[in-house]
Design a protein around this ligand. Sequence first.
Ligand SMILES: [Zn+2]
Length: 611
Amino acid sequence: MGIVAEDIARVREATDLVALVSRHLALKRVGASWMGLCPFHGEKSPSFSVSAEKGFFHCFGCGKSGDAITFAMEIEHLDFATAVETLAAGAGITLRYDERSRSEGRRERTRLVAAMQDAVEWYHQRLLNSPDAGPARSYLRTRGFDGDTVRRYRIGWAPDDWDALARALRSHGDALGRAGLVFVNRRGRTQDFFRARVLFPVFDAQGDPVSFGGRVMPGAEGPKYRNTSETPLYHKSRVLYGLNWAKSSIVATDQVIVCEGYTDVIGFAAAGLDRAVATCGTALTEDHVKMLRKFARGVVLAFDPDSAGKAAADRVYAWEHTHDIDVSVVDLPAGVDPADLARRDPEALRAAVQGARPFLAYRVERVLAGGDPSTAEGRARVAEKALAVIAEHPNELVRDPYVMEVADRCRLDPDQLRARIARGGLAPSGSPAATNGNAPRRERPREDDDPFAGEDVRPTRPRGRPAGVEIEALRLAVHRGSEMTTLVDAVLFADPVHRDVYGALVAAGGDVHAAAALLDPDGAELLAALAVEPGDAEPLDVATRLVAEAGRRTLLDFERRARRSADPLEFSPSVTWLKLQLEHLRAEPISVLVESDELVRWLRDQDPDRV
Ligand SMILES: [Zn+2]
């Protein structure tokens, strides 16, 4: 791209976000921020908020968020460089394009790829040969991964150690950190990002390793999957797992299968369908689609695309139109992942892919199958629902055969149904009214003893203004920086997303834009939501409550462990000490938090996942 990074920052700073947004919607001042009707989703009461001071916008309705550059990109459909150029022109900034920055970028990339390659090899050898990887090896075998599979996909093992990789690959210097393999913890020690996890290396389309997906062992604590954060090498909205292996088969068949998990890709290939790719813990994006279009026209979704409702449908039809692709959907048996099916019944998986139906057909069929055809009322109801789904498709020529199908199946007059669509006002398919409880819905099992099932599917976080002491603490860390961050520690946050956001703020030295760049979409969205709404809480007060809450959690944990332990007394000194500290904290927060810091450090040491 070649725009000097410094100039991009200048453009961001010089752009008046409130003025920019006001060109597209009316904003009203509310407290410290500005509110208006969101331009990215239909709404009647304002949930779109802009912070002039932080240069961030966030919609509490749909979750869209970002800075001036993101806003220009989204609203005008510009790519990054064009958005920067447009804003620079508006702000009277002359941009510098740097040939050097381009070749520096290439050099940086080479360095990071070299570090990643060595890490892939190191983790892989560890899995193959090291005694501490024994349980991981037998676990993989029980999941149907033989030695050939492990070698082909370069699967690895991150040992249960603080910094084994950091020490082994220290000749790579800061490239390890830049590639997301290690980080510097709060005590200034370099620490491995992955610990006690089975690692799936992710390669870009050219076959360069860019990130890892790390899975916990069954029964271990922590999120099921942990993925590399965004790095200069790795942008998850633009990387598809498996594309490097699958691309020639994708071209040959003019078809790509898109699934959700690493093991699904491997399962498809084992069943002879070596044209599958997976998104890495994110929804399919337009960038993914653009990339896939270079290889094939047929896009087969092997996951439930309906869970996202109307928004997903709108996106799919827009992609079909803009990028000239055909999207179809594999109807998998309820509760079954492609990886499971590949192991149990590869023939059924092949048949399911063979029988993939066009996106609209799949959705209409689902509605029809869930209706009650035995009465006229039942048929009318299901016809109405099916029409709502059909009406979402922008092309009448595509819609009409489906209208006739519905007329046929529900024994109604097609002309009446056409008139019903023309009249409009059908309930959107994403609304509860149109979601049929009887429809075959894939419930993904989530139990820990059912390994690999439901991988990478993160629960959707509830929208709306988040609350709680962790949120208050994060808000203060955003708006009052070191006043807050000197008082508490990331491990005091129970919610992993909160923990990530806090860690990113500390790592970025309080620079909110830099912190956002370190986070995954969930974290970045939360950060933007906090940036647009300063609070009026006091750092010391919030820190006290946060530490007290973490202390009470630890206390409960000790008491639970003591009940199960053969020697319950071994916990009693810690319990007594902690209780005293918590009392002391209530009485004299300053001396506990600021002067001694002992309680916070002690709590940090109790955390198995400390950062
Ligand atoms: Zn919105």
